[in-house]
Design a protein around this ligand. Sequence first.
Ligand code: PLP
Length: 410
Amino acid sequence: MGLAVLGRRSPGPSSGVTEAFKADKDSRKINLGVGAYRDGNGKPYVLESVKKAEELLNASKTDKEYLPITGLADFNKRAALLAYGADSVPLNDGAIAVTQSISGTGALRIGGAFLARHYPHSKVIYLPVPSWGNHTPIFRDSGLEVRGYRYFDKKTVGLDFEGLKADLRRSLNLHGYQAAPEQSIVLLHACAHNPTGVDPTQAQWAEISDIVKERQLFPFFDMAYQGFASGDTTRDAFAVRHFVSQGHQIALAQSFAKNMGLYGERVGAFSLVTADPAEKARVDSQLKIVIRPMYSNPPIHGALIANAILGDKALYAQWEGEVKGMADRIISMREKLFGMLTHDLQTPGEWSHIKSQIGMFSFTGLNPAQTKVLAEKAHVYMTADGRISMAGLNAGNIVHFAESVDAAVK
Ligand code: PLP
């Protein structure tokens, strides 16, 4: 056909896992590759607060008209309030530009395209190594050059904080990663880092904020898991709010896929902290110019659901309880798995990272050969890098999983 499509790799690493899982007929099979929450019975979970919001919407007979280019204005206000908090100075000053987006992916894509066009100082974005697999193509397709900064330490299965600081600080390093020159864009996972489950502590965030300021880097936060990490939406927003309190003008991608279970509804927001309301107005109009040729305007249904929840005291309280319920179930699976490997089975190795990591994902430290054995011998599926979704574990399958891991590493 003459189209230059050869040699492009697609899709992401977890889709192959799901295909292999589907083809496996063994009743003990477990899929730990999916990036969506599963309840205690391994089933997709629709939040009660979401069901109630949908009932309210049906009763109020909302129409299906087009939204404006930047989406549902009330939703945008409430999404920003959730992220930045009621005490946020730029939010209260009317200096944050917000647009609805097609979930977190769309928010990152809008942000990438906006910065590629309007950020005058650099066209390079630094991602943690490793990062969510879609970050690189999203930012490349947005017109930015993608480079990495050190994040994960394979030896400790924890944060490589010294490497991270060095890469954000130094102009040259010896580890193969080119350090970020001043004013580069740096992508930070606000909480529940995907794929590692390793987050900086609050004290480490404060240090990162100082370095970002010192080097005049531009911080772009990806917050796909607010509330889903610790169970507390305020706590999970710490990094974002701390940076803003330190005077950083951040970009922020928000997703409501995980914390409201609205995966397929594609609800998200992109926002940019600007200098003042006049700059905000200019950014608002440039955002429209970026968005209009991409998809004209965003879908309405999911935004109405999220808006109904965020705007109603009782529904909001119910939702907060449900987010905490999901986070707590994941945390309890971490504790159970750690206990089984360390105490019950006395599996060789150090497994405390299973407990200290946060959010849906955990980097187990299992290597590609071990993950292959787990799939072939134990019908347990995960990505080859050893990442598991803790949400895929439940009371019915955790024993089989722990015993299989034990056998694979012995
Ligand atoms: N960012 C991170 C780190 C993610 O893990 C995900 C989803 O897995 C997203 C963004 C975007 O997800 P969505 O587009 O479904 O909101």
